[in-house]
Each structure stands twice: as structure tokens, then as C-alpha cells.
Design a protein around this ligand. Structure first.
Ligand code: SF4
Ligand code: SF4
Length: 98
């Protein structure tokens, strides 16, 4: 078996083939990036987090397009989150059964 070819044939883990799985994670606000107040919640320890709705997704996510509606003002944690990293893959596994 040609292992290199098999790896190349694997579908890419990109956001385009996802359903914003990482936007279900708790997102702490550790710097002020201008997130509108209506999207901010206070967690059990008094810290600011992105509010999430009953469906589990962040309140700032557009449910139709699955895109962030506050992209220019998104929290630092969202800016630093990278597709393909451990948490991305584990969220995809949880919600997409990969
Ligand atoms: S970073 Fe990962 S979990 Fe988040 S939308 Fe992209 S592929 Fe999905
Ligand atoms: S702020 Fe935007 S990128 Fe961050 S979790 Fe919410 S919808 Fe996703």
C-alpha cells in the first residue's frame, strides 16, 4: 500500500467541511476586542464568556451561514483557534462523528 498516497487522498479538515463545531466551546473573554454586550455572559466564576443559546452554539454565530457575525470583533481565543489543532479535531469528532 502506498501510505503517502492514502494520506493525500484523505479529505481535508477545513472549516468549509465543518459545522462551526468549535463555536460550541466555551469562549472566555480575556481581552477587550469590542464584543457587543448582548453576546456576553458571566460564567459560574464571575468571568466574561461568549453567551451560548440552547442549541449550544455561540450567540454570535449566524445559524444559517454558520459564520461569525462579529468577525472583526471576535474574541482573542477565536482568533487564535486553528483548524486542524487538537481541540478542532476533537470537536469535529464529537459533532461530525469523524
Ligand atoms: S476550526 Fe475546526 S472545529 Fe472550528 S469550524 Fe474550523 S474545522 Fe470546524
Ligand atoms: S465569537 Fe464568532 S468565532 Fe467566536 S465562538 Fe462566537 S461565533 Fe464562533
Amino acid at each position: 500500500m502506498n501510505i503517502a498516497a492514502t494520506k493525500l487522498d484523505e479529505p481535508k479538515k477545513t472549516c468549509a467541511t465543518c459545522q462551526a463545531c468549535c463555536c460550541r466551546l466555551e469562549v472566555m473573554l480575556i481581552t477587550d476586542t469590542g464584543v457587543p454586550e448582548r453576546y456576553i455572559d458571566i460564567d459560574a466564576w464571575g468571568g466574561e464568556v461568549m453567551a451560548r443559546l440552547d442549541d449550544g452554539w455561540c450567540a454570535a454565530l449566524d445559524r444559517e451561514t454558520l459564520l461569525c457575525t462579529i468577525y472583526e470583533n471576535r474574541p482573542l481565543i477565536c482568533r487564535e483557534f486553528e483548524a486542524g489543532e487538537y481541540e478542532c479535531l476533537s470537536e469535529r469528532k464529537k459533532y461530525l462523528n469523524e
